[in-house]
Design a protein around this ligand. Structure first.
Ligand code: PMP
Length: 358
């Protein structure tokens, strides 16, 4: 880059994203438990819709995503006009920062919060403000105290990634009520489907216009490779976000496949139930070896070792056995490893290898 060509202030503060590895050299049967993917993949209905969408490749997609928004409205009991779809919920997070935060503004994220909040804040020219959590759980008081007249957005992941913990509906409502009126609370509910009886903050959005919810097809729907997410908020917020959204941000394949996945309720329910059962099983199996984890409401657990060195050593040990998990030192959790709940065989393999390691 020529010296006179310079990026906006803040851009060089963004660390280049180093994704989790998906391969281990010399191993063909890798068990990938590093990206919180659904081990069973998408439903058959979703796969069929994806295949059919290939017949329309020469046509631009509809700009309003009406088919997908209507499916979302039907399944989630929301108003289709108040839904926006993006290339993963990552893109919805980006829209929020682009549209609501700029130079001089602050955006709050929590200590162990998902990395995209900080990246999108810096990319928008705004200042990310990190707020402590309490024992790996979002701390409502700390968030309220950190707000000032410059604060524009507060991002919390509920359930959290990489913690897996969540705050209850009452606490979420209290947070929304205690924020200054100029602050939009974004409830990132990427893992909501795994938390039984939780609506992802949907009812809060219905009741208040200072709350926004983001959701994804990358987790329980098994469509991480497709890249589709959505957001639900007040009509005014959606109207603002649609101004920064490119007209053709989603392809026909994305729209049609996600809509089909949504309607396959029995498949989603099976994935949820399997995850809930294996999550408890794996947490118990690790606890028997002395490796603790917080109660998780997501499709992963955060295994806590005695020291950062021990976590690193266990990561290597698992890797040598063909199992990839996620190091989370970048999330200020160097003593921990995040382990996605795989299928039954994968969970048994993890437990076996950690037992041998300890
Ligand atoms: N929010 C959280 C908390 C996540 O863990 C993820 C994915 N890791 C996302 C948002 C983004 O998901 P996607 O862009 O695939 O929808």
């Amino acid at each position: 880059m020529a010296k006179s060509i310079t990026p906006q202030p803040g851009i060089l503060d963004i660390a280049l994203y180093v994704g989790g590895a998906s391969k281990i050299e010399g191993k063909s049967d890798v068990v990938k438990l590093s990206s919180n993917e659904n081990p069973y993949g998408p439903s058959d209905q979703a796969k069929e819709a994806f295949a059919r969408s290939g017949l329309q490749l020469h046509r631009y997609p509809p700009t309003d995503h009406a088919h997908l928004r209507e499916a979302i409205a039907e399944i989630h009991d929301v108003d289709a006009d108040r839904v926006i779809c993006g290339v993963g919920s990552d893109e919805v997070i980006t829209f929020l920062c682009q549209a609501f935060a700029g130079p001089g503004d602050e955006v709050i994220h929590t200590e162990h919060g998902f990395s995209m909040y900080k990246i999108s804040t810096l990319a928008a020219g705004a200042t990310p403000v990190e707020v402590p959590e309490r024992e790996r759980v979002v701390d409502v008081d700390a968030i309220v105290e950190a707000c000032n007249f410059r604060t524009k957005l507060v991002f919390i992941a509920n359930p959290g990634n990489p913690t897996g913990t969540m705050i209850g509906g009452n606490e979420l409502a209290q947070l929304a009520d205690r924020l200054p009126p100029h602050v939009l609370l974004v409830v990132d509910a990427a893992y909501a489907e795994y938390a039984e009886g939780y609506d992802g903050g949907k009812s809060l959005v219905d009741e208040r216009d200072n709350v926004f919810m983001t959701r994804t097809f990358s987790k329980i729907y098994g469509l991480g490779g497709l890249r589709v997410g959505w957001g639900y908020g007040s009509q005014d917020v959606i109207d603002v976000l649609n101004r920064v959204r490119g007209p053709f941000n989603l392809s026909v394949a994305q729209i049609e496949t996600a809509a089909a996945a949504l309607r396959d309720l029995s498949y989603t329910e099976k994935c949820r139930a399997d995850n809930a059962r294996l999550r408890i099983w794996l947490a118990d199996a690790l606890a028997e070896t002395g490796v603790q984890s917080d109660a998780s409401s997501a499709n992963f657990i955060l295994a806590r070792f005695d020291t950062p060195d021990e976590a690193e050593a266990c990561y290597e040990w698992l890797r040598d056995e063909g199992i990839l998990v996620r190091k989370v030192a970048g999330y200020k959790l160097p003593q921990c490893l995040r382990i996605t709940i795989g299928d039954e065989a994968a969970c048994r393999r993890v437990a076996h290898v950690v037992r041998a390691f300890r």
